[in-house]
Write a protein that binds this ligand. Structure first.
Ligand code: C2O
Ligand code: CU
Length: 474
């Protein structure tokens, strides 16, 4: 069982700042373009990208400032591109809190398009969720203060929710980690934000939603990125016996990833909604857009450990092509140290809940007057809620895909489980493959107006976006 003498979240934040200062990188919002943190003899607790500076000394308050601005960034190998950034960084700074903390975000929009920030997966108030149906988008030059308490430990992320297909592709995305002080102490926790980017013949991003290909498949990139750096170039060192937690985020617009860790043994220990009661082993992990997984990775032999990503791509004719990418690799050195022991405190299974309602959402595609329309229950982007529920309802929701394309379905502000599946854990996003049904059990415990949409961001932009209403309990 993990025993702590220091609060891990505050320890994490301060140690990162000390580490960054000693590596002569700025620690904070005005930091430099992303530079992969060099490997240290004594690893910091967290690795991957740059941590956001906490402006509030109160250990239970995390106060950060995020400024959306355009910045030319080197994505590695001398590939410099004008990106949309938070604080000049891509991905944006990693926000870290511990469960129950208050998070305050001072957001400034220095881009020339309206923006909101959505805190993907967090069960917070709908007023703070970044939904443009609730919050007036922040105009260029404007600002907004987000303020919420993080109720659940886990791996989350943030991104805009106005023309998100453009914003996320151009770089507006960042990880948000909520620590549980009761979790065991790993040698290191790595945040790996996995993305792709589409570059045209001239090396620049082509226009958005301009081709039938992109309207159908979503914008699938031809360049893979890990923490904002060209895939395969992100490397680190570790020791035999080291045990790490990897927090994986798929921030791509439209690309499902099939991952494995080669050269090490690993367990799945967490999903979108946090820790699993029963960690499991698997040979490959399907990570669709918007989803997260937490892995516990054991380095048992010296050599190379690689995060391998096998994906289906589409060529210009729409044919399937397999792509294999090494997203990240670690050289594991044999220093003959004893393996770190990781002991998780026992955790009860999620309680069984009786179903209160049965509903369904049907995803399909029609040819509209102005191009393709992606629909939920026969409508594109209806402004009124398609269902009204009561707080605390347990709803069995059938997700029916009546199209040739997959849909990563995302529900804001709630968790659900996939019914009758070998894919356990709390989720906020689930992949519904072409012409298939997925049955989920949704725990509607967070009242408000909540978006329910496809996380293929092009599909969402072309109509696959709805809202449900959850009335507060009297
Ligand atoms: Cu990450 Cu509504 O989305
Ligand atoms: Cu879709």
């Amino acid at each position: 069982m993990g025993s702590f003498h220091v609060r891990p979240a505050s320890l994490t934040r301060s140690s990162i700042c000390v580490f960054l200062a000693s590596a002569s990188l700025a620690c904070g919002p005005a930091a430099m373009p992303p530079v992969e943190e060099p490997v240290l003899a004594l690893p910091p607790l967290m690795w991957g990208g740059v941590a956001a500076e906490d402006l509030d000394p109160d250990p239970d308050v995390v106060e950060v400032s995020l400024r959306a601005e355009e910045r030319a960034l080197d994505l590695g190998g001398g590939k410099v591109l004008p990106m949309f950034t938070y604080n000049g960084l891509f991905p944006g700074p990693r926000i870290e809190a511990k469960v129950g903390d208050e998070v305050v975000v001072h957001f400034f929009n220095d881009l020339d398009t309206p923006q909101t920030i959505h805190w993907h997966g967090l069960r917070i108030s709908d007023q703070m969720d970044g939904s443009p149906r609730i919050q007036d988008p922040v105009e260029p030059g404007g600002s907004f203060e987000y303020r919420f308490v993080v109720p659940d430990a886990g791996t989350y992320w943030y991104h805009p929710h106005v023309r998100s297909n453009v914003g996320v592709e151009r770089g507006l995305q960042g990880a948000l980690v909520v620590h549980d002080p009761a979790d065991p102490h790993f040698d290191l926790e790595r945040v790996l934000v996995l993305d792709d980017l589409l570059l045209g013949m001239d090396g620049n991003p082509p226009p958005f939603l301009a081709t039938p290909m992109e309207q159908r498949h979503g914008r699938q990139g031809n360049v893979m990125l890990t923490n904002g750096q060209l895939g395969g170039t992100v490397t680190a060192e570790a020791e035999v016996g080291q045990v790490e937690r990897w927090r994986l985020v798929n921030s791509a617009n439209a690309r499902t990833m099939v991952l494995t860790v080669a050269g090490a043994s690993f367990w799945v220990v967490g999903t979108d909604g946090g820790r699993l009661p029963e960690p499991y082993r698997t040979s490959r992990l399907t990570l669709t857009t918007g989803q997260r997984y937490d892995l516990q990775v054991h380095y048992e032999t010296p050599g190379r450990v690689t995060l391998v990503n096998r994906m289906t791509n589409h060529d210009m004719q729409g044919n399937h092509v397999m792509v294999v990418e090494e997203s990240f690799s670690v050289s594991v050195l044999d220093t003959r140290r004893a393996p770190t022991e990781i002991v998780w405190a026992p955790m009860a299974d999620f309680p069984e809940r009786a179903i209160d309602r049965w509903e369904e959402m049907i995803f399909d595609l029609v040819q509209g007057d102005d191009g393709l329309e992606w629909r939920i229950n026969g409508r594109t982007n209806p402004m009124r809620p398609i269902y009204t529920f009561e707080e605390g309802d347990t709803v069995s929701l059938r997700l029916r895909n009546e199209s040739d394309h997959e849909h990563p379905f995302h529900l804001h502000g709630q968790f659900f489980e996939i019914a009758g599946t070998a894919n356990p854990g709390l989720k906020d996003t689930v992949l519904v493959t072409a012409w298939s049904d997925v049955l989920i059990t949704a725990y509607l415990d967070n009242p408000g107006r909540w978006m329910a949409h496809c996380h293929n961001l092009e599909h969402a932009e072309l109509g696959m976006m709805a809202e449900i209403l959850i009335n507060p309990a009297p």
